[in-house]
Design a protein around this ligand. Structure first.
Ligand SMILES: NC(=O)c1ccc[n+]([C@@H]2O[C@H](COP(=O)([O-])OP(=O)(O)OC[C@H]3O[C@@H](n4cnc5c(N)ncnc54)[C@H](OP(=O)(O)O)[C@@H]3O)[C@@H](O)[C@H]2O)c1
Length: 304
């Protein structure tokens, strides 16, 4: 992978991936909606990076725009699609708004192929697998989640992109994340904000969500995408995580113990994940690319 095109490059995941690739000598073309000058571009993404201000609704002009800035994808370029938008956060907004992301993603596959990219790497979420597993189970109970429209749009994105990639003859690799976090907790989701409060010894609200999550630090995520760009297999669906999920309550408790200098061994953090273990399986990713997570949850304390 000598070159990479990255949509959503100004976001949490995209920026980390762009910077990491750039530091490894990959020539990256970053796409986002913000107006950035050359200094911003080097600071955000590193010296090997170029930037195009392009909204996903205008993705059909990508080939022309790339030409205008004299950027050439060459023969080993991989396309990474991270752009996504809800209303106030990734997961909210109307169903239409969520679904538009899937449409833009699917369109991007065509333009990636037109540009001569050899692989299209898309990002999904653990939530999509959960709703899919629920549907397959055919149970009579209701699926409880505040993210149903997001999960459905992510499934649509995965399936449309996969089909178009097949028709266009470009490799398609799907990936899923649960909770990517900046290790200094700089980006403020509810989970990052609560962990920060705990680290500062401030009170926090107990989480009501009993679901399992897998927190993975952004440096590891960036390395995973690098290896996927190099070695990820056509039609694979990789979960990027630690394979050691826990509930939010358990994560929060664990950090409280660490902050108070207590040993986490004293804390019972084993979770029965028999039913959901396959959703967090990182073995296929490890087998195909050699990726293993290097930063442990405990290491966060050093960064804070
Ligand atoms: N963060 C998580 O917890 C999580 C978990 C699982 C999966 N994911 C997936 O990972 C991907 C990246 O997430 P993130 O946390 O990095 O998100 P983020 O920080 O909110 O960044 C979203 C990125 O998408 C770009 N974008 C949004 N709408 C766009 C549009 N209409 N046209 C062009 N660019 C647009 C934004 O550009 P501007 O800033 O320029 O507007 C930004 O660069 C998403 O697909 C998300 O669903 C995230």
């Amino acid at each position: 992978m000598k070159k990479a095109i990255i949509t959503g490059a100004t976001g949490l995941v995209g920026a980390a991936v762009a910077k990491h690739f750039s530091s490894l000598g990959v020539d990256v073309l970053c796409l986002g909606r913000q107006a950035l000058n050359q200094e911003d571009v080097s600071r955000h993404f590193g010296v090997n990076a170029s930037y195009l201000k392009l909204a996903m609704k205008d993705i059909e002009s990508l080939v022309e725009q790339v030409d205008l800035i004299n950027w050439s994808p060459g023969s080993e370029c991989v396309f990474f699609n991270f752009a996504w938008q809800g209303h106030k956060k990734l997961t909210d907004g109307s169903f239409e708004k969520q679904l538009n992301n899937a449409i833009h993603s699917a369109e991007s596959v065509r333009f990636a192929k037109k540009l001569g990219c050899i692989k299209f790497v898309n990002v999904g979420t653990l939530e999509e697998t959960m709703i899919e597993k629920f549907m397959e189970g055919g149970g009579n109970s209701l699926y409880h989640s505040k993210q149903i429209d997001y999960a459905l749009a992510k499934l649509a994105s995965r399936d449309m992109c996969k089909m178009i990639a097949y028709l266009e003859k470009i490799d398609y690799v799907h990936t899923r994340l649960s909770v990517p976090l900046a290790s200094n907790l700089s980006r403020g989701t509810y989970i990052a904000e609560t962990l920060k409060k705990i680290a500062e010894g401030k009170p926090y609200d107990e989480p009501s969500n009993k679901q399992l999550f897998d927190i993975v630090f952004i440096e590891d995520v960036a390395q995973a995408y690098y290896l996927i760009g190099l070695k990820g297999k056509n039609k694979a669906d990789y979960f990027i995580g630690t394979s050691k999920p826990a509930t939010l309550e358990q994560y929060f408790k664990k950090l409280s113990y660490l902050v108070n200098d207590s040993s986490v061994e004293e804390l019972d953090i084993d979770v029965a994940i028999d039913d959901d273990a396959e959703l967090f399986d990182t073995e296929p990713l490890c087998q195909d690319t050699g990726f293993v997570v290097l930063t442990k949850f405990e290491d966060m304390i050093k960064h804070l």
